[in-house]
Ligand binder design. Structure first.
Ligand code: SF4
Length: 690
């Protein structure tokens, strides 16, 4: 394109929660390129997904462009008018509510959509469905962070900023996180920090690329994070490295945890975790003695049946050495989807209204009843992972899924399909006829990030603008207008609000967002580095909060959670002798619904594979590149073997992006007791030559 023929629109990447800022380059209502911007978290960097995977899907011929209603007789979707589709959706949901009660309905919000859209979706569920059965995909990725950090520190969010934890720090402890694939721009900044002298401790069962640059790689057995953490703390205590002043003045519960940690000697932990005891000692000393040392973690910590305990163990370690509320320190979960932090912030949670205002806290429901001028349920709702079994049992009859694809992303795919086919009525609001949308009764066309205004909140609580770059085609309508039209049809009159007006409503009801408005964010985007605002932002002119828990934890005193190691729920045995872990690769994002529509990315990475260890492959007569049959107690798939020593003997790893062998046909839906997050990271499988 010629520069004078295009316009450039500053916006935020729709893939991972790093929240990179870039310009969409638009010519004749078509995005033709992406140019990196100086965002606070990316500083002029973008990765291959952001650069190449951010616009083909917007203009894809596969987009759903008008409402579709499934013909019950033929099973085929047929084009409908908006009035036909919305009347049907409203009447069916009202019928179910009347017949079975409000709790027979549920809604899942889209963690890729802007805050304003998610806020309106949860308002629809709460005000019109009459239930708190509303959730988002954080349930299957970082709900353990939301619960675990809230219980120990008082706020379920990253404590510091991406720039702060990757610049001028002494040591980075990276636990269960492969940022060079899942959060590439964070990965690049960690690699740059290591090149400049930062020491790196990698705690991961795989030889991820960053492990090759680490000072210590603790290649632990999957599912043993809590034992590892207790071992680190055992060394900190026995070496006299506890920050006694910090522990005495700012925390509670230390004695009980210290008592538990006594048993977790490096030798005992080495046996549980398949590590070397001296490496555990070295890692503990390196981390504890450093001045600036952040813990950065991801789904390797959360996606376990003890995921919340794993997260709380990260808080325990940092509190014990006083590395919280300080620059270059903290406990830092790298959230998954671009706006999964925002989906939680906006109240797409069965336990919390927007801004983590708890249903069970006195006066909260009444506050929202007054503001929204309606009666609301006082009952905590079901999590997404509880809705599926409830649908199979016949307790949930109607479901509205906004932009999620659980058939691809949720564990035990057979179980998800059984749940969806047990429903009386199922609505999807989607860009494409995804694997999940094929089971819907009605599909309402969704709108992409490039066609609307709004905000995303990235992993560091930074609220950033998303801007309309291209006009909507044909009959398509904004998602917020769909929710508002449904509210009006379901007897709850609502005016049509702009995205900026919706943010004003959010700010008026959410103390941590009081000072956030589109106008303020627009003004900040005029600056050289687009710094934006990190919540909590409790006053109109508050600058935002880059580092949390300075001087005082959000919950008052930080709480040491006394966690014992509990093995994963499914262990390998004679029938299924290999542990399977799952994860993401650089070239795709979760369901691949967006990145899978970029031909270049599909050319590089278009098919399922399974990483297996050389010794296991030899025993099974499998060679690199061979087709293999992979099975668990829940299902069977075909994949291609990648043989190496990246994983240890008896362990394997697969991405879940690809329909021609999706790992989730195999994974275990065992749930964590606090956050109800599934155990994606450990299940038992068998591999055979196909
Ligand atoms: Fe987008 Fe994440 Fe890549 Fe940044 S790192 S460009 S946010 S996918």
């Amino acid at each position: 394109y010629r520069p004078w023929e295009v316009k450039k629109v500053l916006t935020t990447c729709p893939h991972c929660a790093t929240g990179c800022r870039y310009y969409l380059v638009v010519k004749d209502n078509k995005i033709v390129d992406v140019e990196a911007a100086e965002g606070a978290s990316n500083r002029g960097l973008v990765c291959v997904k952001g650069r190449s995977g951010s616009f083909d899907f917007v203009h894809s011929g596969d987009r759903v462009k008008y409402p579709l209603i499934k013909n019950k007789e033929t099973g085929k979707f047929e084009r409908a008018t908006w009035d036909e589709a919305l009347d049907l959706v409203a009447s069916k949901f009202m019928e179910i509510k009347k017949k079975y009660g409000s709790n027979a309905l549920a809604g899942f919000a889209c963690s890729r959509s802007p805050n304003e859209d998610i806020y309106m979706m949860q308002k629809l569920v709460r005000c019109c469905f009459g239930t708190n059965n509303v959730d988002n995909c954080a349930r299957v990725c970082h709900s353990a962070s939301v619960a675990g950090l809230a219980m120990t520190l008082g706020s379920g969010a990253m404590t510091n900023t991406i720039y702060d934890i990757t610049h001028d720090v002494d040591v980075i402890m990276l636990v269960g996180s492969n940022p060079e694939e899942a959060h590439p721009v964070v990965g690049m900044q960690i690699r740059q920090a290591v090149q400049k002298g930062t020491k790196l401790i990698v705690v991961d069962p795989r030889d991820i690329d960053l492990a090759k640059h680490a000072d210590i790689h603790l290649k632990l057995r999957p599912g043993t994070n809590v034992a590892f953490a207790n071992g680190i703390m055992n060394v900190i205590i026995s070496e006299g490295l506890v920050d006694k002043k910090f522990v005495e003045e700012r925390t509670e519960g230390y004695e009980k945890l210290a008592e538990i940690c006594k048993d977790y000697t490096p030798e005992k932990v080495a046996e549980i975790c398949h590590l070397n005891a001296d490496d555990i000692r070295k890692a503990a000393l390196m981390y504890a003695k450093a001045e600036k040392a952040p813990i950065i973690y991801c789904l390797g910590v959360t996606e376990h049946s003890t995921g919340t305990e794993g997260v709380m163990s990260m808080s325990n370690i940092a509190m014990m050495v006083g590395k919280l509320g300080k620059e270059g320190c903290g406990v830092n979960p790298l959230r998954g989807q671009n706006n999964v932090q925002g989906a939680c912030d906006m109240g797409a949670l069965p336990t919390d209204f927007p801004g983590y205002q708890k249903i069970k806290t006195e006066g909260v429901v009444e506050k929202f009843e007054k503001a929204w001028n309606t009666q609301l349920s006082h009952e905590v709702g079901m999590t997404a992972t509880e809705v599926f079994p409830a649908a199979i049992e016949g307790k949930v009859k109607g479901l509205y899924i906004y932009g999620e694809d659980p058939i691809v992303t949720d564990p035990d795919t057979h179980h998800v399909i059984k749940a969806l086919t047990s429903l009386d009525f199922f609505v999807m609001n989607e860009l494409f006829i995804t694997e999940t949308a094929q089971y819907a009764d009605v599909i309402l066309p969704g709108v992409s990030y490039a066609e609307k205004e709004g905000t995303f909140s990235n992993t560091e609580r930074r609220v950033q603008r998303v801007r309309k770059a291209v006009e909507l085609e044909g009959e398509m309508r904004l998602d917020t207008d769909i929710f508002i039209d449904l509210m009006n049809r379901m007897g709850y009159p609502q005016p049509h609000l702009t995205s900026a007006e919706i943010m004003d409503e959010i700010a008026s009801l959410t103390p941590s967002f009081t000072g956030i408005s589109h106008a303020r964010l627009d003004a900040l985007d005029e600056e050289e580095i687009k710094k934006s605002i990190q919540w909590p932002c409790p006053e109109k002119d508050h600058p935002g909060t880059p580092i949390m828990h300075v001087g005082k934890f959000t919950r008052g005193l930080g709480w040491f959670y006394p966690a014992e190691y509990i093995p994963s729920q499914e262990q390998p045995d004679d029938d299924y002798p290999i542990i399977l872990m799952t994860g993401r690769i650089l070239y795709h994002y979760t369901t691949r619904a967006m990145t899978g529509r970029t031909p270049g990315l599909m050319q590089i990475a278009g098919h399922s594979f399974i990483e297996m260890n050389t010794k296991d492959a030899e025993k099974l007569g499998v060679k690199n590149g061979d087709k293999v049959k992979v099975s668990s107690r829940r299902g069977e798939i075909q994949s291609t073997a990648r043989v190496s020593d990246k994983v240890s003997p008896g362990e394997s790893w697969m991405p879940f992006h690809f329909p021609d062998g999706n790992a989730n046909w195999l994974t275990n839906a065992a749930l964590d007791k606090y956050a109800r997050i599934p155990e994606y990271k450990v299940c038992a499988i068998k591999i055979e030559k196909a």
